[in-house]
Design a protein around this ligand. Sequence first.
Ligand code: AMO
Length: 445
Amino acid sequence: MDTERIDGTIHTDITPYSEFRNHLDQEVSIKGAIHNIRDMSDFAFVLVRTAREVIQCVYSPEFSEYRMGPEVKEQCSAKVTGKVVKSETRDGSERYELQIHNIEILSTPVDIMPVVISKKKVMADLAVNLDNRPVTLRNPSERAIFKIQEGIQRGFREYLTSQGFTEIHTPKINFAGAEGGTTVFRLDYFGKTVFLAQSPQLYKQTLVPVFERVFEIGPVFRAEKHDTSRHLNEYVSMDFEMGFIDSFTDIMNMETGVLKNIMELLKKEYAPEIEILHADIPQIDSIPAIRFKDAKALTMKKLKGITDMHDFDPSEEEFLGKWAKKEYGSDFLFVTHYPSSDRPFYTMDDPEDPEYTLSFDLIFRGVEITSGGQRIHDYNEQVAKMQRLGMNPEEFTTYLMLHKYGAPPHGGLGLGLERLTMHLLGFKNVRYASMFPRDINRVTP
Ligand code: AMO
């Protein structure tokens, strides 16, 4: 019997675009989708979409014996072989193209595209774009959004790993809702009612006495019943939790470090996507912080019709975003010491003023992207707060093992990936920053 040995060696006969400069005037092959064909009568531009670039290839009968026929059409998968030459660019930048010697078709579509994706942007309204996600995501501009999103997650993960955090994954099918309120999805679990995780809150805290510092990037679910431009029913939450903190400002400092690292990584390794999307990547040196009370006084003075004294509405956040930019030149603003009545049961009240909490939100370009703070670590204090809020501590027995058997002072935060992406890229709707958004009217594709 013949057996093969698989030793992990990757054989490839294709040359990535980043290597083109080392192969000037040589023949190389690329594989990708035929993105666009522009026939210029005696020659043709054939744009090939590879994993990250769209490579310009030029067909002319002068270049080789090969004759391009009607079998070469948009969205075919193909292997294109040709000579690397420098292309002329208006701005004098370094670009390369292929003079085609051969096109080998690897697959052929059976239907025409439902939406044109070969232009710079998808020229369709949001609903049509989302209905056709499997193809619209192939558009280089749409794809760039999610490449940037990858960079954000890498920046988060790499920075926290460098700071001694352990990456965790917590269950998404849960015995209780962590964030309270009505935004919890119920699920029939073999006859029992369980809940989809609104956040990894209870588990990430539980893991502090185990690893001291933990983080998770994962999906969370919110049964938001309203259709807004900033809410999804499933989103990606980037969470961390750290033990032995001296104060909740330790968490804000860690987040500032995370954000600096994300922005630096994007500038360094995601320049092609930043260019495609004309993204304005903020420079972060430090982030100003203002107390909730003082921020409220500011919005009350400047805006009319403010009724909620325990939180901010979107117009107040927008105002505070502009205020931070004007006063401090900062795209970010921490708002600290939120009222106790507005924060979940695990939040530590401020011992100096228990009407307020040791908590914060981070506002980025006028929208909240993070909530965080110090948690209660004392068992009796946590049980008493639950009782004060009308909760039954017995429903949280396994969560309370954290406190019962000794937890260090700790805190953490949750950062919404789509919200951060949305405001980094200047979108008006969070759905643009979600590959396959889930909202009250959408569960497909
Ligand atoms: P919170 O509920 O404020 O806090 O959520 C944290 C961050 O998650 C994002 N976010 C959303 N993004 C899209 N659609 C939604 N429906 C949605 N809801 C929230 C926002 C928000 O700032 N456990 C705490 C965090 C912590 O204290 O560690 C929590 O989940 O960017």
